[in-house]
Design a protein around this ligand. Structure first.
Ligand code: UDP
Length: 323
């Protein structure tokens, strides 16, 4: 099996590369490192079955030899990142999806699109099931990500219907674990970094908005299972265990033993009020549900961030200067 993964040096992409190598695949990891990092794939580079290609997939890519799977995971995915790179985000979701679909078609490969719970926008149906069409502000600051992914889903279904391409679509809900970037701006790296440094935890709004956090290993298992079944409609992958952002902050304080206080900041524009996946479809089609609960996942992730925060400190243990 020869599997190409775009965004393979990112948080989720690097876990996928690792998993497919462990399954005996040859893995071609494509990334332009706009938000991904080489350190995520450093341990994989010694493996003869692994190739890294530094390429922006919004431009066409030629690959020698056959491909069995094309997995399109490239995109800035944290709100801070896609607000910093709005046009690359729109391009990788649209042109990048078109390019990867074309590549899969040329090679007769199976195709999997990494879509997102953001296609539901600020949802008016709760929890979110796949049949819900969403509530998205196309011209808001999050629109660059949401609409690109909605276009990507439409394009993927069009390739399936028009060209008979063997496609899959997953809608990924909030996922966490080792290899998230400490500075990616998402709630979990922010809170863990702040707790470990003794800085205040920045809760946006009053913290009553909800999210549901899935540990990365569970997500990867869902992806592997979906590739094995013949199913072309979108599938939600996430952990339905919902928590408010304020409760989440308190959990991280308790887990880390940090004395940090909580500081309230303005709620960003179009920040979804609630988010929780309905995973009935994944249960039925894949026999899948998350196995690692939030407490366990948070413990594992905290260990990773502890090492990262320590690594940020100059020798002698003094606090680094922060800009
Ligand atoms: N959030 C927060 N403090 C932070 C970062 C995020 O309160 O330092 C909130 C954010 O407003 C949102 C939730 O946490 O309601 C999740 O935000 P994140 O950026 O992780 O991703 P999202 O789920 O919004 O895509």
């Amino acid at each position: 099996m020869r599997t190409l993964i775009t965004g393979g040096a990112g948080f989720i992409g690097s876990h996928l590369c690792e998993r497919f190598l462990a399954e005996g695949h040859e893995v071609i990891c494509v990334d332009n490192l706009i938000t991904g990092t080489l350190s995520n794939i450093d341990p994989l580079r010694a493996n003869q079955q692994f190739t890294f290609v530094d390429h922006n997939i919004s431009h066409p890519l030629e690959v020698d030899g056959p491909l069995d799977n094309v997995l399109h995971f490239a995109s800035p995915a944290s709100p801070v990142d896609y607000l910093a790179h709005p046009i690359p985000t729109l391009k990788v979701g649209s042109l990048g999806t078109h390019n990867t679909l074309g590549l899969a078609r040329a090679k007769g490969a199976r195709y999997l699109l990494a879509s997102t719970s953001e296609v539901y926008g600020d949802p008016q149906v709760h929890p979110q099931r796949e049949g819900y069409w969403g509530h998205v502000n196309p011209i808001g600051i999050r629109g660059v990500y949401d609409e690109a992914k909605r276009f990507a889903e439409a394009m993927t279904m069009a390739y399936h219907r028009s060209h008979g391409l063997d496609t899959r679509i997953i809608r990924i809900f909030n996922t966490f674990g080792p290899r998230m970037r400490l500075d990616d701006g998402r709630v979990l790296p922010n809170f863990m970094g702040q707790a470990l440094r003794g800085d205040p935890l920045t809760v946006y709004g009053d913290g009553s908005q909800t999210r549901s956090f899935c540990y990365v290993d569970d997500l990867v298992e869902g992806i592997v299972r979906l590739l094995r079944v013949d199913f072309h409609e979108p599938v939600n992958l996430g952990n339905p265990d919902e928590v408010t952002v304020l409760e989440f902050a308190k959990e991280i304080l308790a887990l880390s033993g940090s004395q940090s206080r909580i500081e309230y900041r303005p709620l960003p524009q179009d920040d979804p009020r609630v988010r929780k996946p309905d995973i009935a479809r994944a249960r039925q089609v894949l026999g899948w549900e998350p196995r690692i609960n939030r407490a366990e996942g948070l413990r594992r992730t905290l260990e990773y961030f502890k090492a990262k925060v320590q690594g940020d400190k100059p020798a002698g243990g003094a606090e680094p200067a922060r800009s």
